[in-house]
Design a protein around this ligand. Sequence first.
Ligand SMILES: C[S@@+](CC[C@H](N)C(=O)[O-])C[C@H]1O[C@@H](n2cnc3c(N)ncnc32)[C@H](O)[C@@H]1O
Length: 283
Amino acid sequence: MSEHGFFKAGDRIQLTDPKGKLYSFTITPGKEWHTHKGWITHDDLIGLPEGSVVSTTAGLKFTAFIPLLADYVLSMPRGATIVYPKDAAMIVGVADIYPGAHVLEAGVGSGALTLSLLRAVGENGSVHSVERRQDFADNAKANIENYFGASPKNWKLDVGSVQEQSFSEKYDRVILDMLAPWECVAMAAEVLRPGGVFLAYVATTTQLSATAEAIKADGHFTEPESSETIVRGWHHEGLAVRPQQRMIGHTGFLIQSRRMAPGVEVLARRRRPAKGAYGVAEE
Ligand SMILES: C[S@@+](CC[C@H](N)C(=O)[O-])C[C@H]1O[C@@H](n2cnc3c(N)ncnc32)[C@H](O)[C@@H]1O
């Protein structure tokens, strides 16, 4: 990645045409990037500041930047569905992923969330990722190495089901994005330090319910909290300022909870369950 705002060999560059279409490649000395209207020589890009307008030999113009993490994630090859940038940002915030934190993550899928976690924990933290499928793990590894330029030293990737692994260390955070996170609640209680955060990202309300009930039944966690994040983009052209007509209607829900101290019983919330909450409502 460019550290000073000037392109150098090996940087990923993102070119945007006047219609907003994005193109991305790695700057490689001696190479050319071809379009239907002329080409750009990679060597001509080296040394330019980000935010430059570059032109092909036939006069086609593009704005040039290093891609933001969100741009990179949306354009990288996918094995499984990714955590969208709006949710990744919320996960980092809600689960309080701090510099120096030791995070256990499963599944890895395409590695989109892993990238956000690695950036948030910084060099003094670590991310231990577990993915059940070898092909997805390979794809995620390629995406992560491509982003950082090499495999990060503070990142470990294991293949298998996370609840079947044996862990020798404690974690500050356990972050799950998988079909059945409720099957991993006991494992999370085992590996989280007191005060550690458990967070699961699920797509459906039935998964949300199963996870919430598993957390409550486990007895090692505080009352879970849930949310979803709806982001609505806005259009602005002169006085025509209004919500964009298209938006992503649904991605998933976050549910999170904190690990209690060992041997300490959770203080039960004092409230009456809603009618029908645990079965068919009686007349
Ligand atoms: C939706 S994808 C994860 C996407 C990923 N968070 C991203 O942003 O790219 C869910 C992944 O969880 C994996 N998985 C499901 N259950 C698992 C388990 N018990 N242990 C490890 N991985 C699991 C699946 O193979 C799949 O790759």
